[in-house]
Design a protein around this ligand. Structure first.
Ligand code: SF4
Length: 308
C-alpha cells in the first residue's frame, strides 16, 4: 500500500480500536494515521473512556479527529442517543429497522467525513476480532461496494488469519471470496506478527468501565439487550429513567421484548436479591439465576423477621 494512503482508524474509545490504532501506526508510521472518533455527550460516555482515548492518542503522537453529528464541537452540546431518536420520532429507521442513534451519531458523520477524502487513497480500520468474521465480511462488502478499502488487524493480521477469512467466505457462499479476501493483499499479512495485545503493555490502563460493561458504548445503549439495561438500572438509575421518558415521548418501547417501565419491578427484585449487575456474566447463567428470584414475591426474598 502506497505511502499516500490515509489509514483511518475507527477510534471508538474501546480497547480493540486502540490496539488497531497502535498496530497500524507501528506498521505504517503515524504520519498518515487518522484517529477518527464520533464524540459522545459526556453524560453518556464515561470520563474514563475519554481519558483512555486521549492517552492512546498521546502515546501515538496524534490528535483525535472528531466527526460529530452536525459538526458540533462542544461535546456537552452533542445530542444524546435518546434525543436524536426523539427528534426522528422513532428508535429505528422504518426502512431497515436499524437503530437510529448509531446512524445519526456515528454512521452519517463517518460517511460525511469520508466524502472529504479521496476514496481511492484511504483504508478504514476496525477492531473486530477473529471470532467476528461475519461482521468483517459484512463491513468489508459494504465498504467494497462504496469503493473503500478496509482492514481488520485483530481479525486478519498474522497466524494464518487470511486463510480463515477465505474459508469463512467460501463456506458462507460469498459470491467472490477470493476477490474480497485478496483485494487488500491479505496473503502478505499472514506473516505479520501482532505487536501488542493490551495497552497495559505501554502503561495505559484500559477504561475502568470494562469491569461492568462489555463495550465502550453509550451508557443506556439502545442496541443493547435486557441484561445491559439491568446494569443501567443498578449503576445509572437516572439514565434508566431517561430511557423510560424516551419510550413515553416516542410511544414505542426500545426493545421488542418489552418496555423499561414494565421491567422495573423485576429489576428491583433482582437488585434486592443481589443479582450482579455485570455484562460479563453469560446471558444464560445471568437469566437463569435472575428468573429464580423474579418468580418469587418480594417477601420471600428475606428471612423471617419475626424474632419471638
Ligand atoms: S453505542 Fe448504543 S446508544 Fe450509542 S449510538 Fe451506538 S447504538 Fe446508539
Amino acid at each position: 500500500m502506497g505511502s499516500q494512503i490515509k489509514h483511518i482508524i475507527c477510534y471508538s474509545g474501546g480497547h480493540s480500536s486502540a490496539i488497531v490504532a497502535i498496530e497500524t501506526a507501528r506498521r505504517y508510521g503515524n504520519k498518515n494515521v487518522i484517529l477518527l472518533n464520533h464524540n459522545i455527550n459526556p453524560r453518556y460516555e464515561n470520563a474514563d473512556i475519554k481519558r483512555f482515548k486521549r492517552e492512546v492518542a498521546q502515546y501515538l503522537g496524534l490528535k483525535i479527529t472528531y466527526a460529530n453529528i452536525r459538526g458540533i464541537n462542544d461535546e456537552k452540546l452533542i445530542p444524546n442517543q435518546f434525543e436524536v431518536c426523539e427528534e426522528a420520532g422513532s428508535f429505528v429507521n422504518p426502512h431497515n429497522r436499524q437503530i437510529l442513534c448509531t446512524h445519526r451519531l456515528k454512521t452519517q458523520p463517518f460517511y460525511d467525513y469520508l466524502e472529504t477524502l479521496e476514496k481511492e487513497y484511504i483504508c478504514v480500520y476496525y477492531g473486530f476480532d477473529g471470532e467476528e468474521l461475519e461482521r468483517v465480511d459484512r463491513r468489508k462488502t459494504i465498504l467494497n461496494d462504496e469503493g473503500i478499502t478496509s482492514d481488520f488487524p485483530i481479525a486478519l493480521w498474522g497466524n494464518g488469519r487470511f486463510e480463515k477469512l477465505l474459508k469463512y467466505l467460501q463456506k458462507s457462499g460469498a459470491k467472490n471470496p477470493e476477490k474480497i479476501a485478496q483485494i487488500e493483499n491479505y496473503e502478505n499479512k499472514d506473516s505479520w506478527e501482532r505487536t501488542i495485545f493490551s495497552t497495559k503493555e505501554i502503561g495505559i490502563e484500559p477504561p475502568n468501565t470494562y469491569t461492568v460493561w462489555k463495550h465502550a458504548n453509550c451508557t443506556g445503549c439502545l442496541k443493547a439487550g435486557k441484561q445491559h439495561w439491568y446494569c443501567v438500572y443498578v449503576h445509572d438509575y437516572e439514565t434508566y429513567q431517561r430511557g423510560k421518558l424516551s419510550e413515553e415521548i416516542i410511544g414505542y418501547s426500545i426493545h421488542k421484548e418489552g418496555w423499561l417501565k414494565d421491567w422495573e419491578k423485576d429489576f428491583e427484585i433482582m437488585k434486592l436479591s443481589g443479582i450482579p449487575a455485570n455484562e460479563h456474566i453469560s446471558a444464560k447463567i445471568f437469566w437463569k439465576s435472575a428468573n429464580r428470584f423474579t418468580k418469587m414475591d418480594v417477601e420471600d426474598l428475606f428471612p423471617c423477621q419475626c424474632f419471638v
